[in-house]
Design a protein around this ligand. Structure first.
Ligand code: NDP
Length: 336
């Protein structure tokens, strides 16, 4: 079994030297365990936070252990009556080719049906990132038809699901993404009404706010924040009275960059509601959210692209690339 361990903690930016590839023997199965062969590994921004020692909402990843991560794969050996060889499952298998899972623990594995949804989508649009978009949209922004909504990191795993869910509710959806290729993809394939390339504004909040005004002539009723910093400042300048902001991620600060907020007084003057959330703390909504996301995929309304790195050894480079925006859509590693 090939595995990737966290070898050291990053000082500032993470590098490939923080990871170590090792080959180990898979132990024989105990009663109640299953052996899963991973087909895809998910690479997600939260993993960067886990690499640090500091206190966060999630405990740090221990040094010398297999990097945490969601996987989809198939059962290749089973000593649990509910799982048969060939079952396709999603779980937290980590950065490795195989995992031994104690299937008696509730919720550690979930069987998935690949007749309408491709296996890899269970790590993206019909998985944790999709539910994240659903929660922020439905439970925090709670839009009405006709509302104008904005999302940053618009073409990523979360952003692309957000667009489909928001369009299904009759909203105007404006994305913010890095580069003309991503913006074209947002308009042509993801259903966005407009997409703004923030890289053209080079950190100039006022300049981005002016373009937002053009694309959101009625102001902004809801904002789904994935980035933080000057992009959030620009959006805040265009938020309407009684608007809502779902604070999902602040990826611009994940390597330790400070992210000051320039206009906190607007929260008061515009009577905004800001709410942060962690999707794994809301397991009660997952079935409802996954049902809607499955429907959108099955009907062809949500068919986001994926960026797929080949082989486990490519995972560190692909992960660091995703943090820098080199991914178009959900970043995955294909393991077989
Ligand atoms: P994405 O697929 O969107 O990939 C990350 C994207 O972030 C990059 O492609 C890049 O897009 C953008 N980005 C990176 N650095 C910057 C920067 N400095 N400024 C602006 N944009 C940047 O990842 P996900 O969809 O998986 O995650 C999106 C966000 O959602 C993250 O912030 C993540 O932490 C958060 N999240 C939160 C959860 C929760 O429970 N609260 C659960 C899951 C995700 P571009 O090229 O457009 O800049």
């Amino acid at each position: 079994n090939t595995q990737i361990l966290l070898a050291s903690r990053p000082q500032g930016e993470a590098t490939v030297d923080n990871f170590q590839l090792v080959v180990t023997e898979t132990p024989p199965l105990q009663e109640g365990q299953v052996l899963v062969r991973h087909h895809y590994l998910s690479l997600d921004p939260y993993m960067r936070g886990r690499m640090n020692a500091g206190k966060s909402y999630a405990p740090p990843q221990p040094l010398g252990e297999v990097m945490i991560g969601a996987t989809v794969g198939e059962v290749v050996e089973s000593r649990h009556p509910d799982y048969a060889v060939g079952d396709q499952v999603v779980g937290m298998g980590g950065w490795q080719e195989y995992s031994v899972v104690d299937a008696r623990q509730p919720g550690v594995l979930r069987k998935v049906d690949t007749r309408q949804v491709p296996l890899s989508y269970y790590l993206g649009a019909v998985g944790m990132p999709g539910v994240t978009a659903w929660y922020g949209l439905v439970k925090i922004i709670a839009p009405k038809a006709g509302d104008t909504l904005v999302v940053s990191a618009a073409t990523g795993a979360v952003g692309s699901a957000f667009a489909a869910l928001a369009k299904a509710r009759g909203c105007r959806v404006v994305g913010i993404a890095g580069g003309s290729e991503k913006c074209r993809y947002a308009l042509d394939e993801l259903g966005f009404d407009a997409c703004i390339d923030y890289k053209l504004h080079q950190g100039d909040t006022q300049s981005l706010a002016r373009v937002l005004q053009q694309d959101c002539p009625q102001g902004i009723d809801g904002y789904f924040e994935n980035v933080g910093g000057w992009i959030m400042d620009a959006v805040m300048l265009r938020m309407n009275a009684f608007s809502r902001m779902a604070l999902c991620g602040m990826i611009a600060g994940y390597d330790g960059q400070p992210l000051p907020m320039s206009y906190p007084a607007l929260i008061l003057t515009q009577r905004m509601r800001l709410e942060g959330f962690i999707v794994s703390e809301h397991m009660d909504v997952w079935p409802q959210a996954l049902q809607e996301l499955t429907g959108l995929v099955a009907s062809g309304k949500l068919r986001p692209r994926e960026t797929i790195a080949q082989g486990l050894a490519a995972a560190p480079e692909a992960f660091l690339g995703m943090l820098k925006g080199r991914n178009l859509g959900k970043q995955l590693v294909k393991l077989i």
